[in-house]
Design a binder for this molecule. Structure first.
Ligand code: ZN
Length: 496
């Protein structure tokens, strides 16, 4: 145990029982929560699990061999811990994996190779590459495309970006990308090239916003090479780009989530879900996104089993798959378990790396705050916690939220999450192992609270979900993650 964690443990155990929540009417439940928290702050296999998953298995995009290995590994880790677990199938709409990507920039008297990564959902190029003029499309604004005029037609448009330093920058990138790509397609571009926004010439994958419907080659180019190309273009040197994107694509197929389960003792039909997605992109090894939180979910199940604790409600420990292609595994779960959705008391997602948990997004249900305050009492020393009652799109709470199920997303200090997001640099060494341990204690307390406390959180009706969509900024968020059309079409979410 880290020195700081030991001090914290002392602090936590020093909290007198009288200050713990009494509303459950069951002091032993509070005692159980404290024992669970203490166990998670101790020397558990969690860090070793994260290392096995990242260094040992590596990047694990859905549909890859590494992905299958990761899910077999996770199933075994639950079972080794004495936790019942199963693989549950769901449908992936299509296959997309990059085999390789390379590019060369050429002009009069100049030629240089540029490292590139295909954007997920990019089309492949012909095997000998696609050569087209490379043109300066500025920041990809309406004015930039207007200035380019007919020169965008049949060309690779090169988009200049700001360096991405934090989570705000990441949200900005998500918001702008859809517009930038739509304008490129409208201008008749042959393809699109983003200057990588990541420091240190790091490459990353940012989903092409048309999703599976995309019909263009799109890629990210290392920052310095893109900057050199832009300087040459701005100095009047015409350039071409030859890009060779080798993509493995295919039709719909079956993939699997892994669901661990600890049955409830007195209310076994009521279900609390704690989840994190086990799939990742593959430039790095998916430590921050989202191996760390998967190791945490497994460890929480392991410690509950090891201590022999019995929650009142059933807890499901979900390791989702297909998340990076817009939350397919958790969507599939809500379809498979449709008959049980009324009895899902709460579904939580952890997906912002290893920064400190500062509170939770309560998904447009203010009444969740009271339960959280009671649940988090055993870890008050790790706070303060501030909950934000806004609906949030971007991870596996989405389909639960659209099904009217109370849902939480852990809000975390952004720490180093933004610059390493989907990037070559998302590696074990970037995880804050001490904070991950503290987060495990917080997540365990939240989960245990919802699984044991007296609460009344009925599922929302279709009308209530519809009202949330109309009265918040959800539509824009849904469009950014390419899930709005499916909602309108009635494919995802409660039907109105
Ligand atoms: Zn993620």
């Amino acid at each position: 145990m880290a020195r700081g964690a030991r001090a914290l443990l002392f602090l936590l155990l020093a909290v007198p029982p009288a200050s713990l929540p009494a509303q459950s009417g069951d002091a032993s439940q509070s005692g159980d929560a404290s024992r669970l928290v203490a166990a998670l702050l101790g020397d558990t296999p969690m860090i070793g699990d994260l290392q096995a998953l990242t260094d040992g298995i590596g990047g694990r995009p859905t549909g890859s061999t590494a992905n299958q290995r990761a899910f077999d590994w996770a199933l075994a880790r639950f079972r080794d811990a004495g936790v019942a677990a199963r693989k549950e199938p769901f449908r992936m709409p299509a296959l997309w994996l990059e085999r390789s990507a390379r590019a060369t920039v050429r002009g009069a008297g100049v030629a240089f190779g540029a490292r590139v990564a295909a954007l997920p959902f990019s089309t492949a190029t012909p095997a000998r590459g696609l050569t087209a003029p490379l043109v300066d499309a500025g920041k990809g604004t309406e004015a930039d495309y207007a200035a380019l005029g007919a020169r965008a037609r049949g060309a690779f448009v090169l988009i200049e970006t700001e360096e991405l330093l934090d989570l705000d920058g990441l949200f900005r990138e998500y918001t702008e990308a859809g517009h930038i790509e739509r304008r490129a397609i409208a201008a008749g571009a042959a393809g699109l090239v983003y200057m990588s926004s990541r420091p240190g010439n790091t490459l990353a994958r940012h989903n092409a916003s048309p999703g599976w419907a995309n019909r263009h080659p799109m890629m990210m180019m290392e920052r310095d090479a893109a900057a050199r190309a832009l300087r040459l273009l701005r100095a009047g040197t015409p350039l071409t780009l030859t890009a060779t994107l080798d993509i493995r694509s295919g039709p719909a197929y079956t993939a699997h989530n892994v669901i661990g389960e600890i049955r409830g003792s007195t209310r076994p039909d009521e279900v609390v879900v704690i989840g994190a997605h086990l799939d990742s992109w593959d430039l790095g090894t998916g430590a921050l996104d989202n191996g760390a939180n998967c190791a945490m979910v497994i460890d929480i199940a392991r410690q509950i089993a090891r201590l022999g604790l019995r929650p009142a409600r059933t807890i499901r420990f979900a390791l989702w798959n297909g998340e990076e292609q817009n939350f397919n595994g958790s969507w599939g779960y809500t379809l498979t378990h449709a008959a049980e959705m009324d009895r899902h008391v709460m579904a939580s997602s952890y997906d912002i790396g290893t920064g400190r948990i500062t509170g939770f997004f309560t998904g447009g249900r203010a009444e969740m705050k009271d339960v959280l305050d009671r649940a988090l009492a055993p870890v008050a020393g790790l706070g303060p916690f501030t909950h934000l009652d806004v609906p949030i799109v971007g991870t596996d709470n989405y389909d639960f939220m659209m099904q009217g199920v109370p849902n939480l997303v852990a809000n975390q200090e952004s720490a180093n999450y933004g610059p390493n997001y989907h990037a070559r640099s998302d590696e074990f060494g970037r995880a804050d192992l001490r904070q991950l341990r503290l987060n495990a204690a917080i997540a365990a307390a939240a989960t245990w609270g919802f699984a044991t406390l007296d609460l009344a959180l009925p599922r929302h009706t279709a009308a209530q979900v519809d009202s949330m969509v109309r009265n918040t900024d959800l539509v824009g968020q849904m469009q950014s993650f390419n899930v709005y059309d499916d909602w309108v079409a009635g494919k995802r979410g409660l039907r109105r």
